[in-house]
Ligand binder design. Structure first.
Ligand code: DSN
Length: 425
């Protein structure tokens, strides 16, 4: 029984995995927060390390048998210190503490609240409708219910974060915690400006780089390391590791952060994920990662321009990073039916609110598109131009299934010539 393969043990789950393998291979995957983890990352996460409990931290655990796990966790930490330490504005690796135990980005962010805030404290983050994250104080999140959230937004004329508004709100409300981090914002974050505001009001400055961690590691986006008190991130997205989380902070905050993660919020860390993070960090330290991250941004810029050339309303007029937000109103379609039609054509994006969206979040005006996954397949500028043409054809004929079927065939043909990391076909 114990040695039977997945296919022998559970043909239904095996079939689902086969089908998802095929879907990921035959689609242009444009969800900005997704990627293709490498076969090596997946091998590490699918290993016997999933069997081990290890509450605590290396050499201070609550269970025995940690001879190997301690080394796995220390290896992940030392690689991340090296990778992000070299991006630091100040202090470098020497003033960097890393915790790789958060189960994902949400838990990593909760640990920041637990480390620095008490219920009822004022916190500030970019509002969700403007491109922020749920856990930066949105009303439906625990972070908006247990803390007094004062969201800042983007400017109505430019759709860019309004640092004057951030400063004004911070001076008025004196937050305990100030977040800089986004999920649907196509422009560079000015971490130094956030730091200055946090200093003016005595706030802890936290940067959430979940979307841009790979770009930060490769120098394609300014780094908050050495500027922010604490930096949180997921480990998938542009970082291209397993589904997980990490916290990087100044050494002065190490004890508070570690205590908040365990025992404050979590039990045993997911050691198989930690191993996957170590592998991803090694890949990110490798020679080819900087050119991968550069290509993500170049592809996003090319795709944004190609869409603008076809009459699409790309918010802020383009992108500095891996994603763009498109207001579909001028194309006579809302975001949800556009995303659904694209999905039928094997072009997978998500519907998304645009700044000052008059529509509801579950049926918003826009779609969000990102280039990390297609870039992982080696696609470049020529493919981005083809993609813009397909997106235009599909959304302008969203109820014409023969147009969608034709585009789907062309997409599948192109995908068949670009291997996808980690995907067996
Ligand atoms: N769900 C992620 C995203 O798609 O941006 C953020 O947590």
């Amino acid at each position: 029984m114990a040695d039977r393969t997945l296919r022998e043990t559970d043909a239904e789950v095996a079939k689902f995995i086969d089908e998802e393998n095929r879907r990921e291979f035959e689609s242009m995957r444009l969800i900005a927060s997704e990627n293709y983890a490498s076969a090596a990352v997946m091998e590490a996460t699918g290993s016997c390390l999933t069997n081990k409990y290890s509450e605590g931290y290396a050499h201070k655990r609550y269970y025995e048998g940690q001879q190997i796990i301690d080394q796995v966790e220390e290896l992940a930490i030392s690689r991340l210190k090296k990778l992000f330490g070299r991006t630091a504005a100040a202090g470098g690796e020497d003033d960097l503490h890393v915790n790789v135990q958060p189960y994902s980005g949400g838990p990593a962010n909760l640990a920041v609240y637990l480390a620095f805030c008490k219920p009822g404290d004022v916190i500030m983050g970019l509002g969700l409708p403007a491109g922020g994250h749920l856990t930066h104080g949105h009303s439906v999140s625990i972070t908006g219910r247990f803390f007094k959230s004062v969201p800042y937004g983007v400017r109505r004329d430019t759709h860019r974060i309004d640092m004057d508004e951030v400063r004004k709100l911070a001076q008025e409300h004196r937050p305990k915690l100030l977040w800089a981090g986004t999920t649907a914002y196509p422009r560079t974050l000015d971490f130094k400006a956030f730091r200055a505001i946090a200093d003016e009001v005595g706030a802890i400055f936290a940067a959430d780089i979940a979307h841009i961690a790979g770009l930060v590691a490769a120098g394609e986006h300014p780094s908050p390391i050495g500027i922010a008190d604490v930096v949180t991130s997921t480990t998938h997205k542009t970082f291209r590791g397993p589904r997980g989380g990490m916290i990087l902070c100044k050494k002065v905050h190490a004890a508070a952060i570690d205590k908040a993660v365990f025992p404050g919020l979590q039990g045993g860390p997911h050691n198989h994920t930690t191993a996957g993070i170590a592998v991803a960090a090694k890949e990110a330290l490798g020679e080819s990662f900087p050119s991968y991250a550069k290509a993500i941004v170049e592809n996003a810029k090319e795709l944004a321009q190609a869409l603008i050339d076809k009459g699409f309303a790309v918010t802020t007029g383009g992108t500095d990073n891996h994603l763009m937000l498109i207001d579909m109103t001028s194309k006579g379609i809302a975001g949800k039916p556009a995303a659904q039609a694209l999905d039928r054509a094997h072009i997978v994006a998500n519907y998304n609110a645009v700044p000052f969206d008059p529509r509801k979040p579950f049926d918003p005006s826009g779609i969000r598109i990102g280039t990390p996954s297609v870039t992982s397949r080696g696609m470049g500028k020529a493919e981005m131009r083809m993609l813009a043409g397909w997106i235009d054809r599909v959304v302008t004929s969203a109820s014409n299934e023969s147009v969608i079927a034709k585009v789907r065939g062309e997409v599948k043909e192109l995908c068949s010539t670009f291997p996808a990391p980690g995907i067996r076909m």
